[in-house]
Design a protein around this ligand. Structure first.
Ligand SMILES: Nc1ncnc2c1ncn2[C@@H]1O[C@H](COP(=O)(O)OP(=O)(O)OP(=O)(O)O)[C@@H](O)[C@H]1O
Length: 606
């Protein structure tokens, strides 16, 4: 059940008709009718009708929808986007004065013990989320305080030497393997291509050398990420025989009869000795709470991911919180043990090891990503303007119907589609898929002049003008060779996941939809596919977890609230070889200087 289910349909209908201060905020789009319905329901149950307190409750529900776990009363996000993803002014609304507001909330029965809201140090939670945060913290502290795992140090050193010895060995990766052996909880953090998957494969091999009977679980928050993890581990596998990767939901035992509970919980824990979670940046607070309670205290947990990327769509950014939080529980491992196994480096608090060396992206893209990550706008602009593999189109007016200055983008898009179509018509699935991954057009917005919908249409116009894709075929048929596909819903039976991309190819007069799967492509009959769309452009959020040879990013104007450091970082790190940024210097500056603010109590409370 999500928090919005609390509203009920009648509640939402009632909220739409409501009057008063909450109605003013709803009319302007700050609040959704469902936010108001939840707040009014809590007010009714808890005996509270003060509009300011109910406004705080409704804004807390709204901030959960935006990814925060709680509401920071002194710093409420006042920004609203209209249907075109354009900013709407809201400063003239009757926003409460923070001190008086906080006092009214503190005095409310809703925040009394046992009430549905919790107020602490200027932060307001729905009680359920505060309990989840408390549980995650308590479980992590218990794991950190437990006696460290027993390890044969000589054997561990020998294993580490096998993978990491001599000049050029990656000391950070070695340290990550050592920490995973010597602590119950490890966080392996790093950008794309820093060897996270390689390190996981090796650390599993290292742990297996300690205990050949180790039971290992590999999991990821989405089906697509799980499929990728499984393939990557199978390719890297040093020992072979690692288990299939699954979604976290599946690992925990999803129960269709009770979607908010799992088969494995604190009373019936997972049998595994090691649980590895990839793409942890996408794991919400709620799912992390469920996972932590299901992992045995004496099982190793390895959380892998890139804390600088965009976080989960649901509330919580636990990976980022863990990396930035003060130490939870006892520090570890003991430095003497790390010395004994040949590691001179030390992990950060909470067992965090950051992998630094980028083995995949080119150095210029890595330098650009570092400048963005560091919040250094001048360095970011300097990279964009000077590096040969980075193209910065800073004076294109994207609001024009046919913007001038996009010739290189148009050429790449058209040439790419032509190559895909040639391979698709020749029935060459591998080449068609590889060509489809050569270039990706990414937008921050979904709608409006900078959005995916508009730019997908623009690409279609460019292709029609070029004649590369047979326009008649495209106009009259749903399926044509070279049609680029995006899966928009999980289809477990077909082995296809939301976010998978593929292409239609023609084989002996028949059309087949093919999807990249490490080794041989997955083939499916087009007519049997579930939810798929033609993909000529996608949001940066959608592209998370994928990489392309070249990426073009269209930036909205600086005032767009969607333009954040994490968004720009995620966009440019999707590229292996070339990046094109279309947007003003002010837009780049605004993005780099605006980290996503996701309120949570982790960094604040000790
Ligand atoms: N220590 C190393 N020495 C040499 N090459 C390495 C090392 N570690 C990783 N690589 C290579 O670098 C590439 C990227 O590694 P890997 O896929 O493990 O990175 P990743 O961080 O998991 O990337 P992504 O986040 O995109 O999944 C692979 O080709 C891998 O073989």
């Amino acid at each position: 059940m999500t928090v919005l289910d609390l509203a009920g349909e009648d509640g939402v209908r009632h909220a739409v008709r409501a009057t008063g201060r909450l109605a003013q905020f709803t009319a302007r789009g700050v609040l959704d009718p469902a936010d108001v319905a939840v707040a009014r329901r809590l007010g009714r149950l808890g005996g509270e009708d003060d509009e300011e307190v109910l406004l705080a409750a409704a804004l807390t529900v709204r901030s959960l929808r935006a990814g925060s776990v709680c509401l920071e009363l002194a710093d409420v996000d006042r920004r609203v986007l209209d249907a075109d993803d354009t900013l709407v002014p809201t400063d003239d609304l009757p926003w409460p004065e923070p001190a008086a507001w906080t006092a009214a909330i503190a005095a409310s029965p809703l925040t009394a013990p046992g009430g549905p809201l919790r107020l602490d140090d200027g932060l307001l939670w729905l009680d359920r989320y505060r309990r989840q945060e408390d549980q995650v913290r308590a479980d992590l502290v218990t794991r950190a305080d437990a006696p460290a795992p027993a390890v044969d140090l000589e054997g561990l050193r020998a294993s580490l030497d096998r993978y990491y010895a001599g000049t050029g060995a990656d000391d950070h990766q070695r340290l990550a393997c050592a920490v995973a052996a010597l602590r119950w909880t490890t966080v392996v953090a790093g950008g794309p291509g820093t060897g996270k998957t390689t390190t996981v494969a090796r650390l599993l091999a290292v742990l297996r050398e300690q205990d050949p009977d180790l039971r290992v679980a590999l999991a990821a928050p989405t089906g697509k990420a799980a499929a990728r993890l499984g393939e990557a581990i199978a390719t890297e596998a040093v020992t072979g025989g690692e288990p299939q990767a699954s979604t976290i939901h599946r690992l925990l035992g999803y129960r269709p009869d009770n979607p908010s509970r799992f088969r494995h919980d604190r009373h019936r824990r997972l049998p595994h000795d090691v649980v590895v979670v990839d793409e942890t940046s996408m794991v919400s607070l709620t799912l992390m709470a469920r996972l932590l309670e299901a992992v045995r205290d004496d099982a190793r947990l390895v959380l892998v991911g890139d804390p600088d990327q965009l976080a989960s769509v649901e509330a919580g950014a636990v990976l980022g919180d863990l990396v930035n939080a003060p130490r939870l529980g006892t520090a570890g491992p003991d430095p003497a043990l790390l010395d004994a196994v040949g590691c001179s480096g030390r992990p950060g608090d909470n067992g965090v090891v950051r992998l630094e060396h980028n083995y995949r992206n080119n150095d210029e893209i890595a330098a650009l990503a570092d400048a963005i990550r560091a919040g250094d706008a001048d360095a970011t602009l300097a990279c964009l303007r000077s590096a040969s593999s980075l193209e910065f189109l800073e004076s294109v007016d994207l609001t024009q119907r046919e913007p001038a200055g996009l010739t290189t983008l148009r050429d790449d898009v058209v040439a790419g589609s032509r190559e895909v179509a040639i391979a698709a018509r020749a029935g060459d699935a591998e080449t068609a898929l590889a060509q489809g991954e050569e270039h990706r057009l990414l937008c921050a917005h979904r709608r409006g002049p900078y959005g995916v919908a508009r730019w997908a249409r623009q690409v279609e116009r460019w292709l029609d003008e070029d004649g590369g894709v047979d326009p008649e075929l495209e106009a009259h048929q749903e399926w044509w060779p070279g049609r680029p596909l995006l899966v928009t819903e999980n289809d477990h039976e077909a082995g296809l996941y939301n976010g998978d991309t593929g292409v239609v190819v023609e084989r002996r007069g028949r059309l087949v939809a093919v999807f990249a799967r490490g080794g041989r492509p997955l083939e499916r009959a087009p007519a049997l596919l579930g939810a798929v769309e033609t993909v000529h452009a996608m949001t940066v959020h959608r592209a998370q977890g994928s990489q392309y040879a070249q990426v073009s990013v269209l930036l909205p104007p600086p005032e767009s609230p969607l333009l954040t450091r994490e968004l720009l970082y995620t966009a440019v790190t999707r590229a292996r070889h070339r990046v094109r940024v279309v947007g003003s210097a002010d837009a780049v500056r605004a993005a780099v200087e605006r980290p996503v603010s996701r309120a949570s109590g982790f960094a604040r409370r000790r």
